[in-house]
Design a protein around this ligand. Structure first.
Ligand SMILES: Cc1ncc(COP(=O)(O)O)c(C=O)c1O
Length: 406
């Protein structure tokens, strides 16, 4: 008789977005006249930029002709895309990363879930609290997290690094020593960032204790301040301790197109074994590459027109972020994020729990956001709004919130 991977049975239900969906449907059914504005989900809404659409069309045409048809992609991804990334994302920012250290994939979610496979089950992981849930859940599936305590919503073998107002939502080096450290800046859900000096402390620490940092840079395109690093490889010594995840979802609107990459520097070793070789083995065995047409679309992100169009697209969302940030501050909320990230993190008023505020906002402003407690216990008492809506909806939502009686 077959047996299951019991680790899957340990996963607590992921109620966050399904509970939100149910509450919103129930409210809509009871109040069909109300227009609900959704500033909850982290998905983009603007169409793909013209330079990307043109590249997609060209690549589709190539696939229709025998002389330009392409089958399986090379294991690491096409050289044209990896070179464009090495040049623009790394060399141009003073980072020493070469094209053959970049593994093209279909997005950062899969990679952030899969990367733990190349590490021993004995490794202790450290995560920020609140956190993008994939880092924890993928380690639960692997059996690395111990037992779950529903009263604290914590796993016995995970090191949680609280990110609270007291530390400006930036984690502090934990007391226990982790083996794998998940960091994501700009952060989902808090929108917080760290300075280059702060990130350098993490790199120095990881090198000192022999830990690996898994650095998720999915939101780097939203950085507007000069002292905030776009890549962990801007820090000295990161080549021997850091893996970086990149995504085309938020900088170029590829959430439905799917493209990303993982960077594994060749200097990152456990004893004599380079992690690059292990990830190459895993990638080559379990993954058959992002589609050619999508990789061509990714290349267009780095063309002159592509860069200009995407700068505008990011600016469009950041105008929303700024409107939300300023509007909520004027209304007396305690707000953070929104300056280097498309997420605004606000403290719920009058000591409401995150879910109480969710209901209050839905009923009184017909606006949907995301309860901070859904991202981890330290998110309780907080709430996330996203800048990914249309400008018109964002303005209306903020004006409704301002008009709300608290
Ligand atoms: C921190 C973080 N990493 C990764 C992802 C997913 O990226 P992708 O669309 O490339 O899979 C998200 C999506 O919301 C995210 O918030």
């Amino acid at each position: 008789m077959f047996k299951l991977n019991d680790n899957y049975l340990k996963l607590p239900g992921s109620y966050l977005f399904s509970t939100i969906g149910k509450k919103v449907s129930a409210y809509s059914a009871a109040h069909p006249d109300k227009r609900i504005i959704r500033l909850g989900i982290g998905d983009v809404t603007q169409p793909l930029a013209p330079a990307i659409i043109q590249a997609l069309h060209r690549a589709v045409d190539e696939m229709g002709k025998a002389e330009t048809f392409r089958g399986y992609a090379p294991d690491l991804g096409y050289e044209f895309l990896r070179s464009a990334m090495a040049e623009n994302d790394y060399k141009a920012k003073g980072c020493d990363i070469s094209a053959d250290e970049i593994f093209v994939s279909d997005g950062a979610k899969c990679d952030s879930g899969n990367i733990q496979e190349i590490f021993s089950l004995d490794n202790r992981i450290a995560v920020c609290d609140p956190v993008y849930p994939v880092y924890v859940d993928s380690n639960v599936m692997a059996g690395r997290t111990g037992t779950y305590d529903p009263s604290t919503e914590m796993w016995s073998d995970v090191i949680y690094m609280p990110c609270t107002a007291a530390n400006n939502f930036a984690p502090q080096i934990p007391k226990e020593t982790p083996d794998l450290i998940y960091l994501c800046f700009p952060n989902n859900p808090t929108g917080a960032t760290v300075t280059k000096a702060q990130l350098q402390e993490w790199v120095d620490y990881a090198n000192k204790v022999g830990a690996v940092i898994i650095y998720d840079a999915a939101y780097e395109a939203y950085i507007s301040e000069p002292d905030v690093p776009h890549s962990i490889y801007e820090c000295e010594g990161a080549r021997t301790c850091a893996i970086e995840l990149r995504s085309f979802s938020k900088n170029a609107g590829f959430t439905g197109v799917r493209l990303g990459c993982t960077v594994v520097p060749k200097d990152l070793k456990c004893g004599d074994t380079a992690l690059h070789g292990l990830w190459a083995r895993r990638h080559g065995t379990k993954y058959n590459g992002a589609p050619y047409i999508v990789q061509r679309a990714g290349e267009a992100v780095y063309s002159e027109e592509g860069k200009a169009q995407l700068k505008e697209q990011v600016a469009y969302y950041m105008k929303n972020a700024s409107y939300i940030y300023k509007g909520l501050k004027e209304a007396g909320f305690t707000v953070s994020g929104g300056v280097n990230a498309p997420y605004i993190w606000l403290k719920t008023p009058d000591g409401m729990t995150s879910w109480e505020f969710f209901d209050y906002l839905l009923e009184n402003a017909n606006v949907v956001g995301t309860p901070g407690s859904g991202f981890g216990p330290s998110g309780e008492g907080y709430f996330r709004l996203t800048a990914f809506g249309s400008y018109e909806n964002t303005v209306e939502a903020v004006d409704r919130i301002k008009a709300m009686k608290l």
